[in-house]
Design a protein around this ligand. Structure first.
Ligand SMILES: C[S@@+](CC[C@H](N)C(=O)[O-])C[C@H]1O[C@@H](n2cnc3c(N)ncnc32)[C@H](O)[C@@H]1O
Length: 271
């Protein structure tokens, strides 16, 4: 064997080793937290419909059902809701606010939207039973994504009680952007949220933290926040904060002068 043959053999062996160890470049792919089982496009809708069917009347939050609905209306009245106003109740659930708002909005309009048909159906029945002689125009709409079948600048006040407490911050931003089209100039958006500084929010956060991400998103989850985060998201969506009604203080006066609160903080936004 001459030197050339020896070198050729060596060269082939090196090439074989190199082929075996160097893998072709593969682009780095970031998969979502659900790994090979990504969430369906309608995560919130399917989770909430499932939740509505399994919980019925209890599915819209803690506290005395009737009292919480009264407090929600008192908050809106405190922020200027008039009987002639048009109110959009985003995530209206099974009508906890509506049964108080519709009789009050005599001469006005109530639009309730919800992602879960079972909740909307329950709201329809409750409103029929509660409306009395009120001339309020009522529309109940199933929410599809961020689209609202509502005319531009037609809503005086939009509320979202205990809705963004179950959504990621990015989704709150997406809805705030859409709200701009339907709110009339000078109108208000009123949102409840759970800042982590509230003592009641801390066990809620810790209970979520005890679950892994997949388990967390297998049911309606609770999302805490901070005043700062909410304000920054609102600013990115081009809303200004009018005021905060902190969840650890009284937030609204009832007709008999009782001062009560929801236990969640409330932010009032305008443009
Ligand atoms: C905790 S409940 C509160 C219901 C009501 N606001 C109240 O105070 O009684 C949250 C509601 O928001 C609805 N929801 C959740 N995500 C939604 C979305 N993206 N669009 C519309 N409704 C939604 C749920 O179906 C549920 O009825």
């Amino acid at each position: 064997m001459n030197a050339v043959t020896l070198l050729r053999g060596l060269f082939r062996r090196v090439r074989r080793i190199a082929r075996a160890t160097v893998r072709p470049a593969v682009p780095t792919v970031l998969t979502d937290a659900h790994g090979s089982n990504p969430p369906p496009r309608d995560t919130y809708a399917s989770l909430y419909e499932q939740h509505a069917r399994s919980t019925g009347d209890d599915g819209v939050g803690g506290g005395d059902y009737d009292v919480m609905g009264e407090i929600e209306l008192d908050v809106l009245r405190g922020e200027g809701l008039l009987p002639s106003s048009t109110l959009l109740d985003f995530g209206c659930g099974n009508g906890r606010l509506a049964v108080h708002a519709v009789p009050y909005l005599d001469g006005g309009s109530y639009i309730g939207t919800d992602i879960a048909p079972t909740f909307l159906q329950a709201a329809r029945h409750r409103i029929e039973a509660a409306r009395g002689a009120s001339s309020c125009t009522v529309r109940l709409l199933q929410q599809h994504g961020e689209q609202f079948d509502v005319a531009d600048r037609s809503v005086d006040m939009l509320c979202a009680f205990s809705v963004f407490t179950h959504m990621e911050a990015e989704d709150m931003y997406r809805y705030l952007v859409q709200f701009k089209r339907i709110i009339r100039p000078g109108g208000k958006v009123i949102i409840s949220c759970l800042p982590l500084r509230l003592l009641d929010a801390q066990p809620i956060f810790l209970a979520e933290a005890a679950l892994d991400p997949v388990a967390r998103w297998q049911r309606v989850r609770n999302v805490v926040t901070s005043e700062d985060l909410v304000e920054r998201i609102a600013a990115l969506a081009d809303w200004q904060v009018v005021k905060w009604l902190p969840g650890d203080e009284g937030q609204a006066s009832s007709h008999d002068g009782q001062v009560r609160g929801l236990g969640q903080s409330i932010v009032v936004l305008t443009r």
